[in-house]
Ligand binder design. Sequence first.
Ligand code: NOJ
Length: 551
Amino acid sequence: MEWWKKSVVYQIYVKSFQDSNNDGIGDLQGIVSRLDYLEKLGVDVLWLTPIYKSPNDDNGYDISDYYQIQPEFGTMEDFEELLEKAHEKQIKIILDVVFNHTSDEHHWFKESQSSKDNPYRDYYIWKEPKEGDVPNNWTSCFQGSAWEFDANTKEYYLHLFSKKQPDLNWQNPKVRQECYDIMNYWVDKGVDGFRLDVINVISKDESQYYVDSSIKGHKVCANGPHVHEYIQEMNQKVFSRKELLTVGETPAVTIEDGKKYAPLDNSELSMIFQFELMDVDGGETNKWSDQRFILKDLKQIMSRWQEGMYQKAWNSLFWNNHDQPRCVSRFGDTSTALYHEKSAKMLAICLHMMQGTPYIYQGEELGMTNVPFKSLNDYRDIETYNSYKQLVEIEKKVAHEDMLRYMLKSSRDHARTPMQWNKGKNAGFSNQTPWIMVNPNYLTINAEDEINNSNSIFYTYQKLIQLRKTYEIIILGKYELIMKDDENIFAYKRLYKDEEMIVYCNFSNQEVGYDPSILNDEKILIKNYEKHQKGILKPYESIVFYQKSRA
Ligand code: NOJ
């Protein structure tokens, strides 16, 4: 079996993990200094958010040089040291590569913009105006038109994200080769794989450039006409050289798409990272709402993916990442210290007992929560700012107070505040004021306390990682939803050879019952309350039974 099917990935948002040189910004040496911690947790792979040179319009997702390390993160020597020291601990490293777009400060774009006959012109997507205006009405993911006019050459370039993130033209074989060369450079350095940013939007449908659409640009461009050809080519030119973990970030995909992107024959990607679940609590203005999810919807989405991908393709498992709010605030309960702890553990158990490769987002293993940002000034994220401007000031669709409330629920910045290491200054992240505020709850939620408490959330994650290494049923078992219509309990079975696992998760703050008669000679693999009373689940209780012979 491929190593990445048995692995657990830990995502590091480099800017906020650990600062080693006291400039208020996390860096590579900071990660080196925390490798013992990661080893103790037991994770197999680290996913580093982009570490390349970037003007930081979108925190590194706007790359100006793929061959250089962002100076505020350190040097190439620092990266090599990190890779070597991680490998000594059997921890692998995957890099985040952004190939749908570059920074407008990348030399390819500067050349491209300089004149219509520059050899790099065709590296990007340039279109003539339509009747003196934008070619079509596509909007960027970060609000406003997806087209930016260039006064020098009098054409528009496409940017599905910010205007400082021009889209590359994947139709151009030279662009494709540049991207493969970049990946091969890092593979030669010894990296173990890649996370490919919005990789399913790279192939645009030429026929749509002058056609209006009712949905956002990146959704129109998702799963375009040549995307599988390109990913197969990438696979042949890069992935097939070594057994790499390749995870494609793929917004707006169906299960049918998923089967094509991450088939078991490894002809494209190892796995996809898809977001259907992340829309479960969206409102009229998408993520900007204060709606809470409905458990039945959540169960339905997760179960459909578990069943649909089984023995066909491979999926990632996650509750949050650097683009999402904190999962314990969103799907758990932070209203009391007890519920915080129980619900954080329950969510971990619920996810880690499913099929797929689990991703832990930094601080999730401590139960880090959303942040009580007070005003607009506390935020740093371009998406949050632009959405505020668009919805409150331009469209006047949402009132200022409402938007602040929505931001408190959904902003990407909740995930991006410094890792909470201890009760010291700035939570032990840096001696200098960090680039974004520290969540004031670091005095009660921090790694040092978690490690000193044998009953902590941290140890639940540690145990879940160990269980995945011990029980093959967790990796390969067939998934079966039970208690489908229950509004409080998420319960499912995993079936493998003659073994069976039953997972119960109470998503409510009420005591609820289940039918214990399906258990015969069970043992308990993991639970989040000291004592379990058969047939009853206390608030946010979760328990996993395992039985050798099926009932
Ligand atoms: C997805 C990344 O996860 C996100 O942080 C970024 O803003 C966009 N892609 C654009 O690169």
